[in-house]
Design a protein around this ligand. Structure first.
Ligand SMILES: Nc1ncnc2c1ncn2[C@@H]1O[C@H](COP(=O)(O)OP(=O)(O)OP(=O)(O)O)[C@@H](O)[C@H]1O
Length: 574
């Protein structure tokens, strides 16, 4: 079926140019020169796509954006005068799918239309099989949870994926901001491009410009070869600015310019290169407060925060804990090659639902990893969770205090026009029936921290990693995205380095004299002791883990878990 479009602009020549471009792309179009003509065309026909100027002789194209987005699902893009970024942002907030600046550059126009075509194609597929669209399946399999707050969240994600608008993901640590960012990319017309996540807080400030924009060989000491920046790596895809609040002010200016101009210039280069990226960003910090404090630029905040999506804490969606637990247990079983995933006893499940998850979903996952290690059976009971007992009278008090506990654990909702707060769009009535542990009665903080990360002091925020991301053109050299992230995945170079570090540390581990304390602290010292003992046992058994576990008086599963946590790789056997 031929795709049809409505083009709205009062400049006759420009309309002709747009029509020719669309025809070449196989799209049949009608042209309206005024807002009222556009309304008539829109009422009398079924279009798949609309492209409208914002400045029309008898009104604003924004009105058309509002009317079309409110009454249909079709992608509508706007044409803005160069530099009128505020209007473009307003159009995106009203539901426009994308914008293009005047003077019109044909490659940019074609790119925009191609993205619109992908959205239209996706919609047709959904209409053909609404129950089991691949998008819905992907969403349900990666963003686990069916509680009342999750439904509107998932619908919003599907809508945001269609748009090119910058989205700012807010919410406490571990609520799944990165999971959602990846989903928005993978569900979007940009999914064939790279998703490039960057932990803004982890790049040393002196390297930031080079990391973001790249550099030319010889442009500074140590620049031994040309280097492509993160913006270019994300070209055609999505750049995810994680921990965006941690960007130094000097870098914020440069980033704003690149985002606005959609061009970057590598250090030492003379020319600007155009980039086509979508920006997603996230932080667990209160960015609007940082703007008020002068620590984050207002203009950059306004630019990246066109649409804000707030993720709910785990404490406000306790109904999801059983299904999340099953999901993680299956993942752990897969990861550790267990025959079948362990299951939670009813008591363990109930205990988890009463826990105060300060660390949200990440805490649940870590807690289950540890429980599987300790369990050494096919089921996980309360004793394996390592959580303190809750006294019956406390449970009763907690039940009474439930609603205030939730309210006080959440920051007050801000009245931000563009904020999509899924917690307020759904009444989590089921939650109210649950028993919730109020934060002031929860496990003491120190104890919780130990429970969470028994073998290391810093589990989550690794400064750097390299992510390999494949783009549709298949050119591997440009697809390798050097990026910064916090998950505990290291590339092989890092692993080697870590193995070398391990052996260095071990050989350097000193006996302590009487009364002497470990200079790097107890946690580090104990970890190194543990590492040394495990490696010794592994060496004695020729790296046979079953025998080494026996020698150490522990289980195979526990040994494997500890090796993973302590980053003892099989490579260290050489
Ligand atoms: N709804 C979910 N379904 C499945 N896994 C989830 C969900 N939410 C979070 N996770 C898992 O929890 C962990 C933390 O998620 P993620 O890194 O996305 O959180 P975050 O909000 O970005 O945290 P931070 O603010 O610390 O960067 C990851 O292992 C992720 O896979």
């Amino acid at each position: 079926m031929t795709t049809t479009a409505l083009v709205v602009d009062d400049e006759v020549d420009l309309c002709r140019l747009m029509q020719i471009t669309l025809t070449k792309m196989g799209i049949k179009s009608d042209v309206a020169y005024t807002l009222s003509q556009a309304r008539t065309f829109w009422q009398d026909n079924d279009y798949d796509f609309c492209l409208t100027d914002l400045k029309l002789p008898d009104g604003s194209g924004l009105e058309l954006v509002k009317e079309i987005s409110n009454s249909s699902n079709i992608p509508i893009a706007v044409i803005t005068a160069h530099g009128s970024m505020d209007l473009a942002i307003e159009a995106l907030k009203l539901g426009a799918f994308d914008f293009v600046n005047k003077p019109l550059e044909l490659p940019r126009l074609r790119q925009l239309v191609e993205n619109a075509l992908k959205v239209i194609h996706q919609d047709n597929e959904v209409q053909a099989a609404p129950e089991c669209s691949p998008e819905q399946k992907m969403l349900d399999s990666r963003l686990i949870g069916n509680s009342a707050v999750m439904h509107p969240l998932k619908n919003t994600i599907l809508k945001l994926a269609r748009s090119q608008a910058p989205v700012f993901l807010s919410g406490a640590s571990g609520t799944g901001k990165e999971v959602v960012a990846r989903l928005i990319h993978d569900l979007s017309p940009r999914r064939d491009g790279s998703f490039v996540p960057v932990n803004c807080g982890a790049i040393p400030s002196e390297l930031m410009e080079s990391e973001f924009f790249g550099h030319k060989k010889g442009s500074f000491t140590g620049a031994v070869a040309d280097k492509q920046g993160l913006f270019q790596q994300a070209n055609g895809g999505t750049l995810f600015l994680d921990e965006v609040a941690d960007l130094p002010l000097a870098m914020q200016v440069k980033l704003l310019r690149a985002i606005q101009e959609k061009t970057v210039r590598a250090i030492g280069d003379t020319k600007e290169v155009p980039v086509d990226i979508r920006i997603l960003s996230a932080t667990h910090k209160d960015l609007s407060q940082l703007v008020q404090d002068g620590a984050f630029r207002q203009d950059l905040y306004y630019r990246i925060n066109v649409i804000e999506l707030k993720l709910p804490t785990l404490n406000t969606r306790r109904d999801d804990i059983p299904v999340l637990a099953d999901h993680f247990l299956a993942m752990i079983a897969d990861d550790w090659q267990l025959e079948s995933p362990p299951s939670l006893t009813m008591e363990a499940c109930e205990r988890l639902q009463r826990h105060d998850f300060a660390g949200n979903v990440r805490e649940l996952r870590n807690l289950l990893e540890r429980a599987v290690t300790l369990a050494d059976t096919s089921y996980i009971d309360v004793s394996h969770l390592g959580l303190p007992d809750i006294e019956p009278e406390l449970i009763n008090t907690q039940e009474q205090n439930h609603s205030s506990a939730i309210d006080s654990s959440e920051p007050p909702a801000r009245n931000v026009e563009n904020q999509i707060d899924v917690q307020s769009t759904a009444q989590s009535t089921k939650d109210d029936e649950q028993v919730i542990q109020s934060s002031n009665m929860a496990t003491p903080v120190e104890q919780r921290a130990i429970n969470l990360h028994p073998y290391r002091t810093n589990t989550n925020h690794y400064p750097s990693m390299v992510q390999h991301s494949s783009a549709s053109n298949g050119s591997s050299s440009t697809n390798v995205a050097s990026t910064y992230d916090k998950e505990s995945v290291l590339d092989s170079a890092d692993q080697q380095e870590s193995a070398q570090e391990t052996s260095k540390d071990i050989s350097g581990l000193q006996e302590l004299f009487d009364g002497q304390l470990p200079p790097q602290g107890l946690e580090h010292y104990l970890q190194e002791q543990e590492k040394q003992l495990i490696i010794t046992a592994l060496k004695q058994t020729g790296w046979n883990k079953t025998q080494a576990a026996e020698l150490l008086g522990t289980t195979f599963r526990s040994l494997r878990y500890r090796m993973k946590k302590l980053e003892i790789s099989e490579d260290a056997s050489d």
